[in-house]
Design a protein around this ligand. Sequence first.
Ligand code: DP6
Length: 382
Amino acid sequence: MSSQQYSAHVEAPINIAFIKYWGKREGGEKLILPTNDSFSITLSTKPFRSKTSVVLRSDIAEDELWLNGKKSDIANTARILSVLAYVRANCPEELKNLKAYIVSENNFPTAAGMASSASGYCALSAALVKAFQANVDVSMLARLGSGSACRSAYGGFVIWHKGEKADGTDCIATQFVDEHYWPEVQVMCAVLKGEVKDVSSTSGMQQSLKTSPLMQERIATTVDKRMAEVSEAIKQKDFHKFAEITMTDSDDLQEICRTTTPKIQYATEDSYAMIRLIRAFNAKKGKNVVGYTFDAGANCFMFTLKKDLPEVVAMLMAHFPTDFSKFFFNDQALLAECEKAKAPEEHCNLIDYPKNTFEMLLQSPVGPGVVYVDESESLIKL
Ligand code: DP6
């Protein structure tokens, strides 16, 4: 038997939620079962992605994972053990005893400060499902690694359904519309200088669930109502509405963190300045041209339409003047337009704030989700 026949090579993208996942329901910690549905946009695998190669082997004693050149301590990483156990429980009998040799890498610059767990666990899961020929939904397996990872399995606009079952088999992601439905939508991420967060999302969300008085209403009514409204806005391609709901959900998450005991704060002064700036810009334009959203970190994710992106970037640069060498764009023609764009006087002093810079500015269109690549692109040279 050649072990090469049991191999897979995968690239997986980042996703960014506009209706947030924040809390695991009772008894759902290990299986990662959320309190509510969430909704996200999948980015392109260019410029940033996680990549994983898996080869099943009979000549090694244990599963091995090499992450960015370093060997991981799998035995002490409960979530990786959980992913491996689940895939083995659902694969053909003759493959169960083969060991998984896994090599993974992320190409995000260190300065990106962006979470790679979503793309990383998604790439790992998609590669394992294929190599083990397992009868498992990729999003369901990725969820066992990190909740938000399940949404990277699909392209376009993606819903992670909270599900009802205790075993989590209905707690999966599905595609709402694919990446071709509303291709004008673009994602940017302004990576802001900030302190390293001291509360992980995993523990922060459970602290909020226990202590924030705002969580109950979010779970009972707010999210369901918002999911319905935002679905309609996407169907209608109503960007103003879409951005409004996005910003409201992001503000709610920050408010939940503020009312958590002990208080959690991910946003920095630069993050708050970005919020004021985007609000001021939208007010000047008389409609929402940009929507912001923040995760458990300082970085500002933005959604905008392609036709507006150069004007938005010029306005951002008037306030956060950042060298073009720090721009990581998927679309080089769009980058060239941004380099030429100059903000008009009325977009130049929208907030009173020091002229800080971004660490990096990322641009991506809506992307297609997991991509299986060819053996020739394997990270494993045996
Ligand atoms: C704020 O997926 O990192 O980004 O399931 O414990 O691994 P675990 O948490 P994680 O939480 C992400 C939270 C968020 C919102 C979101 O992506 O929906």
